[in-house]
Design a protein around this ligand. Structure first.
Ligand code: SF4
Length: 384
């Protein structure tokens, strides 16, 4: 029996200043890179395999079996095969796809970034139970790496040149056009595979009117050597560790992500936070208050001085719900709350679930109060 919608707002933390500071529960250790990826099979378009980036990747995983495919989008035994639900996580660890990107559309956004850049990957080695990325690819969702970074960077450079200077500040950034370079994956985890993320960070160094931005749940120390010179914004995604342990499968523990903020800033990144997704369940307010207090306790003053946040309430999806029941049903105990959610048909034909407007509005207001009480330095760029 799901909790009533009003139960999601139990009076567990209405006085944010009261009560002891509960330390975040203990987390499992940071997954080593080799734990996240144990690549045994690489499905590659011939042109991708023969490219310099493709050869670099094949050399990095010399024991992987290479399977030639005509198109990175049509791999019947990987994509859309319901039998893969049982192997969901293994496929992410053991399979890579190499393809050549053919479309270079830059889409306007206006919320997280001014523009969504054509990414250099699609899919993710992590396995968050609420992730929208698999919806486009079917059940199994290993990382597809595009091996033509030069084409993407060339298109981006021309797009940036056409925009000229940003004339009006907006919430994305006061001065720079912000390009999200990681809409369909995690650039920090992708950096375990090849230098695509490095190439993008290096390109943005030299574009004074633009800034790259990507969200991540993976702490990869390799990024510290990329020398972004302030032109790349890393958005560290955070949520209460209790939710993260249940939902953020294979990611770096939340305290590790927060602990990485100071190093990333020192290395030349702008560091923001994604408070996302906000999952409503009994006790959510107390756990978010704990998380915000933890951030206030441990983040260096320099991080706080430049930080901003996006607040994104959970959007779920009917098809993903069915998939999750096949491999991680406990996640659905908190993600699937039909009494508090309403359906919305998405552009690609799926049925999304989001919190009903009054529930969502009240939660956004409440989270804003918690931020004001516990992390008043954290400017909210937008809440959605
Ligand atoms: S880290 Fe991001 S892209 Fe990867 S599974 Fe989680 S939500 Fe999806």
């Amino acid at each position: 029996m799901p909790p009533r919608p009003d139960a999601l707002f139990e009076l567990d933390a209405l006085d944010p200043g009261a009560g002891p500071r509960t330390p975040p529960p203990a987390e499992p250790a940071l997954p080593a890179a080799r734990g996240l990826l144990d690549v045994r099979e690489i499905h590659a378009e011939p042109e991708a395999a023969a490219s310099p980036r493709g050869l670099e990747i094949l050399a990095r995983f010399p024991r992987a079996r290479v399977v030639e495919v005509a198109s990175h989008w049509r791999i019947p035994h990987l994509h859309g095969n319901e039998g893969n639900v049982a192997r969901w996580v293994r496929v992410k660890s053991e399979v890579l796809v190499l393809g050549v990107r053919k479309t270079f559309t830059v889409r306007p956004n206006g919320r997280s970034a001014d523009w969504i850049a054509p990414g250099l990957s699609n899919g993710c080695a992590m396995a968050c139970a609420y992730c929208y990325v698999p919806r486009r690819k079917g059940y199994a969702n290993p990382v597809t790496v595009f091996t033509n970074p030069g084409d993407v960077i060339g298109h981006l450079g021309r797009h940036i040149a056409r925009q000229g200077r940003k004339r009006e500040p907006n919430q994305c950034d006061p001065a720079a056009w912000v390009y999200d370079i990681g809409e369909n994956g995690d650039c920090s985890a992708d950096a375990l595979i090849c230098d695509n993320t490095l190439d993008l960070v290096a390109a943005f160094r030299h574009w004074p009117t633009a800034k790259a931005s990507f969200a991540t749940k993976f702490v990869n120390p390799a990024l510290l050597a990329y020398d972004p010179r302030g032109r790349t914004r890393v958005r560290l995604s955070v949520m209460p560790p209790r939710d993260s342990r249940l939902l953020d499968i294979r990611t770096s523990p939340v305290p590790d992500r927060i602990a990485a903020a100071g190093d990333l800033l020192e290395a030349g990144y702008e560091v923001h936070f994604n408070l996302s997704p906000v999952v409503l369940r009994p006790g959510w307010q107390a756990d978010w208050a704990d998380l915000l207090r933890h951030m206030d306790d441990v983040l260096p003053a320099a991080v706080k001085a430049q930080a901003a946040a996006e607040v994104i309430m959970l959007t779920h999806n009917e098809e993903l719900h069915e998939v999750n029941l096949g491999w991680h049903p406990r996640a659905e105990d908190v993600l699937w709350q039909p009494a508090a959610q309403e359906t919305k048909h998405s552009q690609n034909g799926g049925t999304n679930l989001r919190y009903r407007a009054p529930v969502k509005h009240a939660a956004v207001v409440r989270l804003g109060e918690l931020i004001a009480a516990h992390a008043p330095w954290l400017r909210v760029r937008y809440a959605f």
